[in-house]
Design a protein around this ligand. Sequence first.
Ligand SMILES: C[S@@+](CC[C@H](N)C(=O)[O-])C[C@H]1O[C@@H](n2cnc3c(N)ncnc32)[C@H](O)[C@@H]1O
Length: 173
Amino acid sequence: MGVEGISKEQNLGNLVRSSHSFGAEFFFTIRPDIKMKDVRMSDTSEAHEHMPFYNYDSLSDLKLPRGCDLVGVEFLEDSIELPSFKHPTRAAYILGPEMGNLSDEVLDMCRFTIKIPMKFCVNVGVAGALVMNDRMISLGRFAPRPVKAGGPTEELKQEKFGLRRFSRKAKTS
Ligand SMILES: C[S@@+](CC[C@H](N)C(=O)[O-])C[C@H]1O[C@@H](n2cnc3c(N)ncnc32)[C@H](O)[C@@H]1O
């Protein structure tokens, strides 16, 4: 997870904490305008101790792992609506500043730009948590929702990795 141009320590602390809790592999900021000490005060989960954290002065310094798609999260007319978006397996999400949007420079770098369908923009920390929650629901493996209201009635089917390899008949010559 990452943010461009964030200026409120509490928002960053909030997003870092949610990222830690959702199991993000790393966190980054581009051109932040904050005091890192105050971020730590609003992140009581001490995410900094558990997750790599990178501060970049410029977008050109951002290095993503190989094969990792940058996904912009921005409330733009032509952004893909989150409920219809298939998350890439390897993805880094970038959110914008409290005032304004993600810069054109960042949007140009994004493979996809997504939005949460709403009447208007919400707090950056809330938007980040909604995206991570959607990723967890759509890519995570959970027991299916039942037809009637309530908890699951079926167990999650176990994936059978390597089934083909193990069930292949021995060659006879
Ligand atoms: C508070 S918003 C920025 C202010 C907003 N551009 C405005 O002037 O109305 C901060 C960031 O949260 C994210 N965000 C908030 N609501 C969003 C939504 N519904 N869909 C996608 N991103 C959203 C975007 O990354 C945005 O840049």
